[in-house]
Design a protein. Structure first.
Length: 306
């Protein structure tokens, strides 16, 4: 059994750790509410934007817009060849359980799937954790940035995807994918791979499209188009791509805070259980020490009396 002095030091250490994890849990909870509000606020706009594009889309118009161009290198099995840009969004910080590891695992799975179909993958990384991993793995990276924090902006999303849209329009890229954490709830944030380019016409009946409200089918409204559907689509299509990336950034930020809150709560609970165990062990050690001291005193007194 450990000595009482050693146990006392361990108890103080665990108490200090529990204070830190409890504070981080409270901070993550406070930030999570605001991040969740940003996710919820972005959904109506995305749904309306996707609905308008779905109503305006027509096969004859699709041939005129490069962002709708379906690459010829894509086979019927859905395995694109050519060159594909993969954007991986991870967090800048850890202490969030397996959050970053799950995103990296999904990115590796997607890379293997694309390369198995004959594609060359350009990796674009957002977040320190993804950058650190692929640097360790010695994989070439096309671009990287760490300035996207807990409050992503539409400007940052535009900066990420604008050069990729230009390369796609020029034919240098055949597709653009985003790997992010889809925020369903604070405890459900599955890693997801989303194809943002080429743009697939949003379908209101598609339950897998996060930009559309469920249960809506067919044209949602009748429009008077000025100046023309072509001019409107020319503005809306780049906006739609930027919005998809912005939502991926916002949802990943909210998912990270949810994962961090859960991890810190588990750490705080574990520290509490460890403190209970250490306190009981300390009490037993202290009681044994006191009993031994009393026995020594009684034995000494008996020796003096005899």
């Amino acid at each position: 059994m450990a000595k009482p002095r050693e146990l006392r030091r361990r108890i103080k250490s665990v108490q200090s750790t529990r204070k830190i994890t409890k504070t981080m849990e409270l901070v993550a909870t406070s930030k999570l509410k605001r991040a969740q509000d940003r996710v919820i606020a972005a959904r109506p706009y995305a749904a309306a934007l996707a609905g308008v594009i779905a109503d305006l889309y027509a096969p004859e118009l699709a041939e005129r817009f490069p962002l709708l161009r379906q690459p010829k290198t894509t086979d019927p099995g859905g395995k694109p060849g050519g060159r594909v840009a993969l954007i991986l969004i991870t967090a800048n910080r850890g202490l969030c359980g397996a959050f970053n590891a799950n995103l990296i695992r999904e990115a590796r799975r997607r890379i293997e799937q694309l390369e198995a179909g004959g594609a060359t993958v350009d990796l674009h990384l957002i977040g320190k954790k993804g950058i650190t991993y692929f640097k360790f793995a010695k994989r070439p990276v096309a671009s990287q940035r760490i300035d996207v924090g807990d409050k992503p902006t539409a400007t940052q999303a535009a900066e990420v995807v604008r050069p990729l849209m230009a390369q796609f329009e020029s034919g240098a890229l055949d597709a653009v994918d985003v790997v992010f954490s889809q925020f369903k709830s604070a405890v459900s944030t599955p890693p997801t791979a989303l194809r943002v380019l080429p743009i697939s016409p949003p379908r209101a009946t598609d339950p897998g499209n996060p930009g559309l409200a469920p249960g809506v089918s067919g044209p949602s409204a009748y429009y008077i188009l000025k100046p023309s559907a072509e001019a409107i689509l020319e503005q809306l299509l780049p906006l739609y791509v930027r919005n998809q990336v912005y939502r991926a950034l916002v949802e990943t930020a909210a998912a990270f805070l949810g994962a961090q809150r859960t991890a810190m709560k588990n750490a705080t609970d574990n520290a509490g259980e460890m403190l209970d165990l250490l306190q009981r062990t300390f009490n037993r050690a202290r009681q044994a020490q006191i009993t031994q001291e009393l026995a020594e005193i009684v034995g000494g007194a008996e020796a003096l009396r005899g």
